[in-house]
Design a protein around this ligand. Structure first.
Ligand SMILES: [Zn+2]
Length: 142
């Protein structure tokens, strides 16, 4: 027969091991090194893609030259409209470039991935869809 006090001695141990297991299963806060390793490549790749897109479309944003021989009134309007769109896209690219640069600076400072309002971890789901996110989902929606 198993002595009663052996049961009592075993059970708290089992309870504490179960508690340890559930703690491991929960998403724990990552370290700054883990965050940098996980999100820096995506930020750098996006920055390079934006820079390449900006270079590739430089001619589209150039001033529209008035060429009476080859460009009629309508096609000149098309050219101006195309230029305006190209400049609008470039402004959006520039804004995103600033957001990426700011994210990389936060990474250097050990502030990347932490909500700028409440200080909690922004979460991998949110950072995965936008690595430039600066607020957790509840602060961003509040
Ligand atoms: Zn927050």
């Amino acid at each position: 027969m198993l002595p009663q006090r052996l049961h009592l001695w075993i059970n708290p141990g089992l309870a504490s091991r179960r508690a340890d297991c559930s703690a491991v299963a929960m998403e724990t806060d990552p370290t700054d090194d883990e965050l940098a390793a996980r999100y820096r490549p995506a930020l750098q790749a996006e920055r390079e893609a934006l820079a390449a897109a900006s270079d590739d479309t430089r001619a589209d944003r150039a001033p529209v030259t008035l060429d009476q021989q080859s460009v009629g009134r309508l096609s000149r309007m098309d050219a101006l409209q195309g230029q305006a769109m190209a400049r609008g896209l470039e402004a959006r690219r520039a804004g995103r470039m600033r957001a990426i640069a700011a994210a990389l600076t936060r990474m250097e400072d050990g502030e990347y991935g932490w909500c700028e309002e409440c200080g909690s971890f922004i979460g991998h789901g949110r950072l995965g869809s936008d690595p430039c996110a600066v607020r957790c989902v509840s602060c961003a929606s509040g």
